[in-house]
Design a protein around this ligand. Structure first.
Ligand code: CAA
Length: 386
């Protein structure tokens, strides 16, 4: 049931196979335990780095694999089918901080941060949201003030994926002054490392799902950041974040499709095994209709995602497509995992089968990297903008 809009190239099939085998051997045996213990397995980062999976879309010149977006998303779906927590670590690293450094970083910043990130020696994170700036990201309040050849940062960033293990954080902060607020244009991006004095991981969230992915708050207290850690141009940080989220949302869509595909397969297998009223439950139309709707929605979401990925690689404007792909995929993941639980009945509601974890993991795909409501706003706005 692995399917793409166009036949996969030999390279894409090879990468897909590598991802599938890695997920089966290195992740599947431990996923349940990691979820139960909220454990992020640090050895995965160098192992995935060795495969090149932490620099999938980074050119070879910067130690990456130089793959196109579709190939990256195919690999990501394979990982997400087995463990959505590992998938979000890969998605954020590959879609957000590394892409930001590639697009807007200086050669020195690429040498110092991008190359080791692409090799899997440094894990990247993205720090945009704040406790009071979620959907309204431009209202963020973390303040950066210039002081000689440094910037001094104060504030709190929230919902930072992989935060306890992050080596490089691309953080957005205000560089306008309180007396001259410039809205979205008053925000800049900084390359933050945990060794900077004043940096602290202040809280680890206790989440419903994705429990093996550490999500944290960061606190910056008079954190002195050398001026060569500014990314690109002062005042462009919000634009960088939004453009990067156009990429990031494709990754979350692939993660959601991986979760949905796993739930579909598990429900189909269970229905072919479970007997009630003297026959296998897959023989009841009530179950067949559910499975048919689940399979149709997964195929539709994947088709839109793959179409969006190829459009991106052709250089087309992506904002609307990536919002649509994320919206459809995340709502598909929630629908499919809900139906899967229903097919499992009571056994879906307990931890005996992994479908319970898939249901918990699916929910956040409708929330992070922009809620479904924000995706609808983006899609509707784009209808009138060009
Ligand atoms: N690409 C390029 N530029 C963009 C853009 C895009 N996709 N979207 C907006 N911009 C630009 C606009 O053109 C505008 O530029 P000008 O100043 O030149 O006019 C500027 O950014 C401000 O844009 P808006 O006026 O549209 O801004 P807004 O305040 O109305 O917000 C929003 C728009 C779409 C609602 C945005 O705030 C948004 O996407 N919110 C959701 C935030 C989000 O997804 N957060 C997730 C954080 S990451 C996470 O979840 C954790 C994790 O690690 C996984």
């Amino acid at each position: 049931m692995s399917w793409a809009l166009t036949p996969l190239t030999e390279e894409q099939r090879e990468i897909q196979k590598t991802a599938r085998e890695f997920a089966q051997q290195e992740i599947a045996p431990y996923s349940e335990q990691w979820d139960r213990d909220s454990h992020f397995e640090p050895s995965l980062v160098p192992k995935l780095g060795e495969l090149g999976f932490l620099g999938m879309m980074i050119p070879e010149k910067y130690d990456g694999l130089g793959l196109d977006t579709l190939t990256y998303l195919i690999a990501l779906e394979e990982i997400a089918r087995v463990d959505a927590s590992v998938a979000v670590m890969l998605s954020v690293h590959n879609s957000l901080p590394t892409q930001m450094l590639l697009k807007w970083g200086s050669e020195d910043q690429k040498e110092r941060f991008l190359k080791p990130m692409a090799r899997g020696e440094m894990l990247g994170c993205f720090a945009l949201s704040e406790p009071e700036a979620g959907s309204d990201a431009a209202s963020l309040r973390t303040q950066a003030v210039r002081d000689g050849d440094h910037w001094v940062l104060n504030g709190t960033k929230a919902w930072v994926t992989s935060g306890t293990k992050g080596d490089v954080f691309l953080a957005m902060a205000r560089t306008d002054s309180p007396s001259d607020r410039r809205g979205a244009r008053g925000i800049s991006t900084f390359i933050i490392t945990p060794d900077l004095p004043g940096f602290a991981v202040s809280k680890k969230e206790d989440k419903m799902g994705l429990r093996a992915s550490p999500t944290v708050q960061l606190h910056f207290a008079d954190m002195r950041v050398p001026s060569n850690r500014l990314l690109g141009t002062v005042g462009c940080g919000f634009i960088y974040a939004m453009q990067s989220l156009d990429n990031g949302r494709l990754g979350i869509a692939a993660q959601a499709i991986g979760i949905a595909e796993a739930a579909l397969r598990q429900a189909a297998a269970y229905a072919a095994d479970r007997k009630q009223f003297g026959k296998l439950i897959k023989e009841f139309q009530a179950i067949q209709f559910k499975l048919a709707d689940m399979a149709t929605r997964v195929a539709s979401a994947r088709a839109l995602l793959h179409m969006s990925a190829t459009a991106k690689d052709r250089g087309e404007h992506m904002t609307q497509f990536s919002a649509m792909a994320k919206l459809l995929a995340s709502e598909t993941a929630m629908f499919v995992t809900t139906q899967a639980i229903q097919i499992f009945g009571g056994y879906g509601y307990v931890k005996e089968y992994p479908v319970e974890r898939l249901f918990r993991d699916a929910k956040v795909t409708e929330i992070y990297e922009g809620t479904s409501e924000i995706q609808r706003i983006v899609i509707a706005r784009e209808l009138y903008s060009r």
